[in-house]
Design a protein around this ligand. Sequence first.
Ligand code: SF4
Length: 373
Amino acid sequence: MGTSRLGGVLAFVGDDPGSKSSSIPSGSEHTLRGLGVPILEPGNLQEVMELGLHGVAMSLLSGLWTAIRVTTPVADSVGTADVWPGQVAPVLPVVEWRGVPYIPKITPNVTGQFGIDTEEELLDARIRVARAYGSANDLNHVTVETPSDWIGLASRGTVYFEMRAALGALGLDDERLRRFGIRILHVRMPDPVDAEALRRFGRGLSEIVVVEEKRSFLETTIREALYRTADPPAIVGKYDERGDTLFPQYGTLDADRLAAAIAARLSRRIEASELRAPRRPRRLLPVASADRAAYLCSGCPHNVSLRVPEETLVGGGIGCHALGGRMDPAMFGDTAIKTHMGAEGAGWIGIEPFVEDRHFVQNIGDGTYFHSG
Ligand code: SF4
């Protein structure tokens, strides 16, 4: 339906690629692209400030929801950001649609033919405006370049800074990157992107290595932009030319992991003696096997409050009480149903007509009780 010219929406999208503090690993970029929401990807706190302001300006100009995708390394970090008046001075390109400069408006009715018209406006006008905004404000830029580069490294979000740290660990500062013909592309707005800017990045290169977490996103975009250009470079990322994994589609990528893979690519033209030996990737400590089940904290009142008469049916949800389902069933009952936050008790509605038990104990966490219990 779009956003108001005097309003705008910047959605903060949190992704935890390594499942560090969330129950499942996530990467929302494919979903956001599917929804037609332009994506901004800060790689540090400073970029959250800058890209956030761009996100608001882009939303106002295009009439789209825009999204700032914040991943765990940024969300969990502490640092200092520089802030000053006029820090971001958005360049506002004029994009014509149907012969006149596009001005966004909200489309309150998106059913039937109105929906087709809105779809056309979304794809032909709003997304084009967002793409033009990213291009006019140089949100994706080449940070290291010479006319005789042979290889290009492209990355986005926090992984860009991990990649730069990996290059640093290999002894490749900007001066040496130039000397060895290594071009660098820093992508801060991976969708929608200006294909011409990607083609400029790829011009004259023999190969492009796309360094990104999770499934291919930027890699596919670059490949699509360079397909059928004259003498295109080889493009690798998730897989190398032989189909072997280069950067895995799962988990996270840090500098230690990246350094060895990048060194292997660079060593095709750069003497190994010119590169510092990459450090061996850090390994997580193996999880110790334990016979003892997880338990509520010592002294927690739930050690008592969760106890039920023997053979009581119990429902679990989100909260420490879920541990009751792993503890002694003679004391904590048989946790028959576990559900998502806010649905505690709903399972009983479904099973009650089919079981002989007439009583059910539903546990619910304090937070859930507060907002949706
Ligand atoms: S509520 Fe959870 S975290 Fe708090 S004391 Fe009890 S078991 Fe520990």
